[in-house]
Design a protein around this ligand. Sequence first.
Ligand SMILES: [Zn+2]
Ligand SMILES: [Zn+2]
Length: 260
Amino acid sequence: MDEQLLVSSSSQSNPSWSRDELILALDLYLRHRDALPSKHHQEVQELSVFLGKMGRALGITTAASFRNPNGVYMKLGNFRRWDPEYTKDGKSGLAKGNKDEEVVWNEFAASPVKLASLVSVIRNTVNLGEQLGSQLQQFDEPDIHEAAEGKVVTRLHRARERSRKLVEKKKKQALAKYGKLACEVCGFDFKATYGSAGEGLIDVHHIRPLHTLEPGQKTSLDDLALLCANCHRVVHASRHWLSLDELRTTMSLPTISPSG
Ligand SMILES: [Zn+2]
Ligand SMILES: [Zn+2]
C-alpha cells in the first residue's frame, strides 16, 4: 500500500496534535535545530508514517495516513517561536499552532536526555504494538489524568499496575512481610477500617519514571508500591503525576481514620 499518495486530503479532518506527537516532533526539532529539514527529508517522512502507526495503535485514527510530511514540517516551524536560540535575533517562527507546543517545549526542551529516553519508550511501545496485545487500545479513564509524557506511556503504566498476576504477587509479598496491606504513603489499611469487607483491598501503583519504562520487559515487584485508593487517585489527578515523596509532602496533616 502506498500511504504517501493518500496524505494530502486528510489533514483538514485531523485532530490537534497530541502530547505524544508533539514530544516526537520536538525531539526531531532539537536534533535539527540549526537547520530545519524540509518535508522531503527522510526523518520528516519517517515521522509522518510513524505518527500514523501510533494513531492507529492508540485508536485515535483509522486512516491509512494520519499526519502528512508537510504537517510534520509545519509543526517543526511552530516550535521555532519558543526557541530562544532562534528568537534572540528578532525572528519569530511560525505563528499558528496549538498552545501545547509551548507547554511541551517548556517541559522537555531543556532535558534532551530525558526527552530522548521518552521518545525511545514511545517508539518501542508502538513498534511492539501487537506483542503488547490490547495494552495500547484502552479507553481513557476519567480518574486518570493523561501524564505529561503522553498517552502511550500513560496506558503502558496502567496496563502494568492492573496486571492481575503482578498485583496478586505484590499483595502476597506484603502480607508475608508485614502481615497487612497498608498504603505506603498514608498507612491506610482497608481491613483495619472495614473489617472483612476490606480484606485484600489495596491499589498497586507502578513507580518507575515514565521515560524509563521498558515495553515488553518483565515488571519487578520493586517497581510497584501499594497505595490506598485515595492516594492513588491523587497521584494521577493532574498532568504531573506525583512521586510518592511529592505525595507525602502534599499531605499537610496525617488524616485521623473515622474508626479512631
Ligand atoms: Zn493512602
Ligand atoms: Zn498508578
